[in-house]
Design a protein around this ligand. Structure first.
Ligand SMILES: [Mn+2]
Length: 485
């Protein structure tokens, strides 16, 4: 086996050498088979191989990897995408990256705050240093300033090729250890014990100011130094949740206490046509979220959404999902479980914030508000409605919220005037999972976690909040297989 690999490597190297025969070897980095990029555009002769790039005078190291699925044969991966990242941060903390999809191009240079945050590139780079483009899986490079230099090194060793997927496989194993089999419904007894534990945790939430009834109030104050990982309405898509937990360093940041998960509500009730009335997947996803809360009681938070209810008003296309949900819980898990679920809903927070962000399920309050009212939100039905059901104002929905409501909320919470305001509830189309500056309101982001193909998340990188998207993978199956081992 080893022999075949080394033979293959040699022939690949030969191919690259021939393709790059008119290029000089890179002077700045002392690596074998490293090529200095010329001013003219060149095409890298291999597809689906990772590369190391040294950018600029300080030869800052970036990696460019094909984005490959953990399981074989996945439609979501039909396009040859590459991801560009700083290996120093990528494998060690919550970090950013760029996805270079077919026909995408990225130009590295200065004056781009996001690039500094995602790639830790030097601020001394020229405005445009290096462009990388993907044409149908083939990568091209153009070095705008050869004087300041950029080099590429193909990473052909098997260990390097497999690095990302090996790293993610370990996370799948860890997920199976923490969560057990995500496809196996808990016994009635275990389910009841689990939700009782969750309610005990929520009733003593240290990050919530108490309301007038001496219960944790509607507002969750996240410590400024805790990195939030904000997940939109999952609507039972377990693969989406597991995909997120297997990506980046979300799980390890959760385990070492640096980060917290914030669910924006509506994890239940499928949004897939023909399955609106199926409630088993809602039980499975709540069990997993409850396991996460019990495992990380100070680092996993669930905010109230409009679907987190047994109300007859909650449904989809005439299917009364609230009522069906209640019926299913009574039938499968008994009346006491149903009662505990109602208690869970009664005690949930409605809004979370720190000086870096504000989030809630649907929208900001649409009338005058103060912190005391938000803490005592149960006494204010209109506030409840605003936070879990209100949508953005449009010409045919004048009752919606608008820019000035968001501004007022920021002022009420005493955060900066550009603090991102993040909600779920209103996906803007069927294609995406994240929408930024929605309605032309700067810092107003919508994240939806129920898309079957991609799943977005909002995280803090450096001092700012950024949106990241990942292709959804069938990880429920993989974690389930791993849990049975
Ligand atoms: Mn909703």
């Amino acid at each position: 086996m080893a022999k075949t690999i080394s033979k293959k490597r040699k022939s690949l190297l030969k191919l690259i050498k021939t393709a790059f025969s008119d290029l000089e070897q890179c002077e700045k980095v002392d690596l074998k088979d490293t090529y200095k990029l010329p001013k003219k555009k060149i095409m890298f002769p291999l597809e689906n191989y990772p590369l190391e790039i040294h950018v600029g005078l300080d030869a800052h190291v970036l990696h460019l990897y094909p984005e490959l699925p953990l399981a074989d044969q996945q439609d979501n991966f039909s396009e040859p995408n590459y991801i560009l990242f700083d290996p120093d941060s990528y494998y060690s903390r919550i970090s950013g990256f760029y996805r270079i999809s077919d026909d995408d191009k990225i130009t590295l240079g200065s004056e781009n705050a996001e690039q500094y945050a995602f790639l830790n590139t030097s601020k001394k780079l020229p405005q445009q240093q290096l462009s990388i483009a993907n044409y149908d899986g083939k990568l091209t490079f153009k070095c705008h300033y050869p004087e300041t230099g950029s080099c590429i090194t193909p990473l052909l060793k098997e260990k390097k090729l497999q690095k990302i997927n090996k790293w993610r496989r370990e996370k799948v194993t860890r997920l199976a250890e923490i969560l057990g089999d995500p496809l196996k419904l808990l016994s009635t007894d275990d389910a009841l014990k689990l939700i009782q534990k969750v309610n005990g945790i929520i009733n003593h939430d240290m990050y919530r100011e108490k309301n007038n009834n001496d219960k944790p109030g509607g507002v969750l104050t996240i410590p400024d130094k805790m990195n939030p990982i904000i997940i939109g309405d999952l609507h039972t898509q377990m693969d989406n949740l597991l995909t997120l937990l297997s990506q980046n360093n979300f799980l390890s940041a959760l385990e070492n206490g640096d980060a917290c998960l914030i669910f924006l509500g509506d994890a239940v009730h499928p949004e897939i046509a023909g399955k609106y009335d199926k409630m088993e997947s809602s039980m499975l996803i709540m069990d997993i979220i409850f396991k996460l809360i019990v495992r990380f009681p100070k680092h996993v938070f669930y905010l109230m959404g409009n679907h987190d209810s047994f109300s007859e008003e909650i449904g989809k296309k005439g299917v009364p999902q609230g009522l069906l949900w209640e019926k299913q819980l009574k039938k499968s898990r008994g009346k006491s479980y149903r009662k505990e679920m109602q208690q869970f809903y009664d005690n949930l927070p409605y809004l979370a914030y720190s000086k870096h962000f504000i989030c809630c399920h649907a929208g900001p309050p649409t009338s005058a508000v103060n912190l005391h009212a938000l803490v005592n939100i149960h006494k204010h039905p209109k506030l409840v409605k605003d936070l879990i059901s209100r949508r953005l104002q449009t010409s045919n929905r004048m009752s919606g919220y608008n820019k000035s409501d968001i501004k007022k909320l920021r002022r009420c919470l005493n955060v900066g005037e550009n603090t991102p305001f993040i909600v779920g509830h209103t996906p803007m189309d069927d294609e995406e999972t994240l929408w930024e500056n929605v309605g032309g309101i700067s810092g107003h982001t919508i994240v939806y976690g129920g898309n079957l193909e991609k799943v977005g998340v909002i995280v803090q990188i450096g001092k700012s909040m950024y949106s990241l998207t990942y292709p959804v993978e069938p990880l429920t199956k993989l974690v389930s297989i791993e849990a049975k081992k």
